[in-house]
Design a protein around this ligand. Structure first.
Ligand code: HEM
Length: 326
């Protein structure tokens, strides 16, 4: 077995190659890969899996497909989404206890109906409206860092996870409630994600869908912790509305489907949990990588800083005024 070792590649400043996961040149046996996948799903691929436009591999009874190019991803997620839209059994079984029939887990008709109602609430065009919450939270984080002693080191990923969790909590639940409940919800989600299975062995072996999956007590406890906060927030929405506070959960409560019907209480709770899960780790990882990459290119870092200064007036940032740095 040989492994490509990016660390030993010659890296010149002008052709900087960011670190990337190990990739096998000769694939180890499937049973070994499954053991690895349970810990890190990115660690199980070979050199060719990263090069090919579209790759597929049979693992026991299931066929795994890797889409490597934007055009293939577009084909899977847009052009052919009706045929390919089924969520993976791993995702369904791992997340259903917490997310119920939320968008991450649902398929076909439930998904299509729900998506029409939820998509406008989190559409990109809503981002400028959430900018004041983002700026407030960033300013608080900046003050926290400014209070550290000179030369102090911070863990960029942990800090970004904290920042994006605060922002998503305040965005979903409203500024004040989000602030109060953020650490409770964040802890609940991080416990839940720690205990769920990364690989669904039952479906890998082609065994029936209905077979029960073993779930430990820790999963139940973290699920209850999250759901009780969501219930409390939904219950207190009226007061929040009267205080004039905008929030995603408010959008879900006010939303109506094509027939003019509101979402059920369970649906609101499920979609709020989906949006939290979808919007927090993804952005934290992206930001941590962004800081790392910027630290490797002072020219681009200076360009970004200039653009963001141009778009800022006092403490309020005009998101629409941001232009890409070159
Ligand atoms: C860099 C940031 C992000 C990345 C890389 C990302 C990536 C993805 C991917 C790959 C999926 C498809 C998952 C699947 O079906 O297997 C997805 C779904 C979704 N994401 Fe994101 N996401 C990001 C940020 C966000 C944010 C900020 C939100 C909301 C505030 C969000 C909300 C959603 C929702 C609701 C879905 C489910 C859509 C559906 O099935 O109809 N995402 N995201």
């Amino acid at each position: 077995m040989t492994i490509a070792d990016p660390v030993n590649e010659k890296v010149l400043p002008e052709d900087f190659i960011p670190p990337y996961p190990f990739r096998f040149e000769t694939m180890p046996p499937v049973w070994k890969l499954i053991g690895m996948a349970k810990k890190n799903f990115l660690a199980i691929w070979g050199v060719e899996d990263f090069r090919g436009r579209l790759r597929s591999r049979k693992v026991f009874t299931r066929e795994l497909v890797v889409c490597n190019r934007p055009d293939v991803v577009r084909e899977a997620f847009q052009a052919n989404h009706e045929t390919l839209q089924r969520k993976s059994p791993q995702m369904r079984h791992a997340l259903e206890p917490l997310l119920g029939d939320g968008l991450f887990v649902s398929d076909t008709e439930t998904w299509a109906k729900r998506r029409k109602v939820v998509a406008p609430i989190i559409h990109g065009s809503r981002v400028p409206g959430f900018a004041p919450i983002m700026v407030d939270t960033i300013v608080e984080k900046r003050a926290e860092w400014a209070a550290l002693e000179n030369g102090a080191q911070i863990d960029a990923l942990a800090e970004m996870a904290h920042l994006t969790a605060e922002i998503i909590c305040r965005t979903i639940f409203g500024r004040q409630l989000g602030k109060n409940y953020a650490s409770e919800v964040v802890q609940g989600f991080s416990d839940y994600q720690k205990y769920i299975d990364q690989v669904d062995m039952i479906s890998m072996f082609g065994l029936p869908e209905w077979l029960p999956r073993f779930r430990g007590n820790a999963i139940r406890k973290s699920k209850e912790r999250i759901l009780s906060v969501l219930d409390e927030i939904i219950d207190s929405y009226q007061a929040q509305k009267e205080a004039g506070e905008a929030s995603v959960i408010g959008g879900l409560l006010e939303a109506r489907d094509e027939d003019g019907n509101p979402l059920s209480r369970d649906a609101i709770r499920n979609e709020a949990a989906v949006i939290f899960m979808a919007g927090h780790e993804t952005t934290a990882n992206t930001l941590a990588w962004t800081w790392y990459l910027l630290s490797q290119s002072p020219r681009v870092a200076i360009g970004c800083a200039t653009r963001s200064r141009e778009a800022s007036t006092g403490s309020s940032t005009n998101f629409c005024g941001l232009r890409p740095a070159r």
